[in-house]
Design a protein around this ligand. Structure first.
Ligand code: TYD
Ligand code: MG
Length: 454
């Protein structure tokens, strides 16, 4: 009996029984493509009449030894992985084309190989000679990495089976192709089948697999997000092409904290680790200027200081502009509304631009107060006192809520030479000797004390 075709959304991976112009699951237009059902491929066992075997069961109390890990020696990478590479784990590294994924992974494989981990690098995008040329440029040509250029999934699995490496890097998942699936490379079903086969292989043989995935402009890994569900760890490599900073961010990690970041700098000799990101993000900052505020943030387990820049200017447009880079646009609208409703400071007739310097993306609500400070400082054309950091969450009522890890934020600020902080505090004022903390009662009193307005 011929199976009826199935369809899936290339943005969110939802499966549909018929084609339509818009995916009901995620609301994207023109993302639904015809699919060869996975059950036709090798990925799922056919149920049929064959009886399965009974599974070995255990209880909740049996303590398994922690999984063995290997350190690459690239500290920023090891930390993002949750303390090194776990044996037999499947990792997805996503990012824009050209951001530096291949460079990062070539450096990582060379490091892992030099630690004695049998390592295989399979490139589906570049020829062997191209990868070798890059390795020479990066000074890694002597590393004991085994290299191949291939796209056929069957060949790759056979090679892994014979060579038995401990780590295999597949660059990229979108180039892989299986003859069991009747659609083009890069299609949802091809990517899904390849990812499934490779992660299953990783689990079965205790081989770690790192899959590289390109991301589409709307921030999703092209084709299926289903890959994210299959792997243990999802890392995104972010940054602006125009900036030299690159941030490796764990958005999912079964073996460590999510939201951990590693900071790198793209140089002529590849990616170099940035051990002190605060110094990097603040470098190039001159005299205190109106609209510029330093936010003491926490990224993963690390405090990071970043500069927020705001520009507020009158506009002839009926609908003023609200432009944000590196922060959430909805959150900006909320803070503008709270400033207007609770402090009587309107932004009507004013264009508002907000930028997080250095290409970092911030998602912490603790940045609220720093954003409000930058907006007010730009609007009133008053610079904040020099050597001041700001942090704290703003609620809709105009109350201020203390941020987590206040001590760590203050410590980092002091380390970088800041002498003052403005931050709401939980109970006791965390005075820290060398740093003076001003604790505003609420947003309105912050506005009054700092800008004499409101
Ligand atoms: P690449 O790793 O090929 O990106 P991806 O695999 O994510 O598509 O990196 C491409 C960019 O990195 C390219 O524009 C050149 C730059 N680059 C350097 O600046 N220095 C280097 O040492 C290398 C290898 C690349
Ligand atoms: Mg590449």
């Amino acid at each position: 009996m011929a199976k009826s075709p199935s369809f899936s959304c290339s943005a969110c991976g939802a499966v549909h029984s018929k084609w339509s112009g818009r995916c009901e699951a995620c609301g994207e237009w023109n993302t639904i493509v015809e699919d060869t059902p996975l059950s036709a491929g090798p990925a799922t066992a056919s149920l049929g009449s064959k009886r399965g075997r009974a599974l070995p069961l255990t209880d909740l109390n049996t303590r398994a030894a922690p999984p063995p890990r290997t350190m690459s020696g690239i500290e920023e990478l090891d930390r993002v992985l949750g303390g090194g590479l776990v044996d037999g784990s499947a990792i997805l590294v996503g990012g824009d084309p050209g951001i530096g994924k291949s460079t990062l992974l070539l450096q990582a494989t060379a490091h892992f190989a030099s630690q004695g981990l049998g390592t295989l690098y399979i490139s589906g995008e570049e020829a062997v000679a191209q990868v070798q040329m890059r390795a020479r440029r990066l000074g890694l040509a002597e590393a004991p990495v085994q290299l191949a250029a291939a796209t056929d999934l069957r060949d790759i699995l056979t090679t892994l089976d014979e060579v038995k490496p401990r780590l295999a890097v597949i660059d990229s998942i979108q180039t892989l192709w299986s003859d069991q699936v009747g659609s083009a490379p890069g299609s949802v079903s091809q990517v899904r089948a390849a990812a499934h086969e490779l992660t299953a292989f990783a689990k079965r043989r205790g081989v770690s697999v790192i899959l590289v995935g390109h991301v589409t402009k709307d921030g999703q890994i092209a084709g299926p997000r289903v890959v994210e569900h299959m792997v243990d760890t999802v890392l995104y490599f972010e940054g602006e092409r125009a900036h030299q900073f690159r941030i490796l961010r764990a958005v999912k990690n079964r073996f460590g904290p999510a939201d951990e970041i590693g900071v790198f700098e793209m140089t002529g000799r590849g990616l170099e680790e940035v051990r002190n990101p605060s110094a990097l993000f603040l470098s190039g900052r001159g005299q205190p200027a109106a609209g510029s505020v330093v936010f003491a943030g926490i990224e993963g387990t690390r405090p990071v200081l970043v500069e927020l820049q705001a520009l507020v200017a009158p506009t002839p447009q009926a609908q003023p502009r609200r432009t944000v880079v590196g922060w959430d646009g909805g959150r900006l609208a909320m803070i503008l509304a709270v400033l207007e409703a609770r402090c009587g400071i309107p932004f009507t007739g004013l264009d508002v631009y907000l930028n997080v310097a250095g290409g970092l993306k911030i998602s912490e609500p603790a940045a609220d107060l720093a954003v409000a400070a930058a907006l007010l400082s730009a609007r009133e054309d008053v610079a904040l006192p020099a050597e001041t950091v700001v942090f704290g969450e703003i609620s809709l009522s105009g109350a201020l809520r203390p941020a987590s890890q206040t001590e760590n934020r203050l410590k980092e600020a002091r380390k970088l030479g800041f002498s003052q902080a403005i931050a709401p505090s939980a109970g006791k004022t965390p005075l820290d000797g060398a740093i003076t903390v001003t604790v505003p009662a609420d947003l309105a009193s912050f506005v009054g004390e700092t800008f004499g307005a409101g």
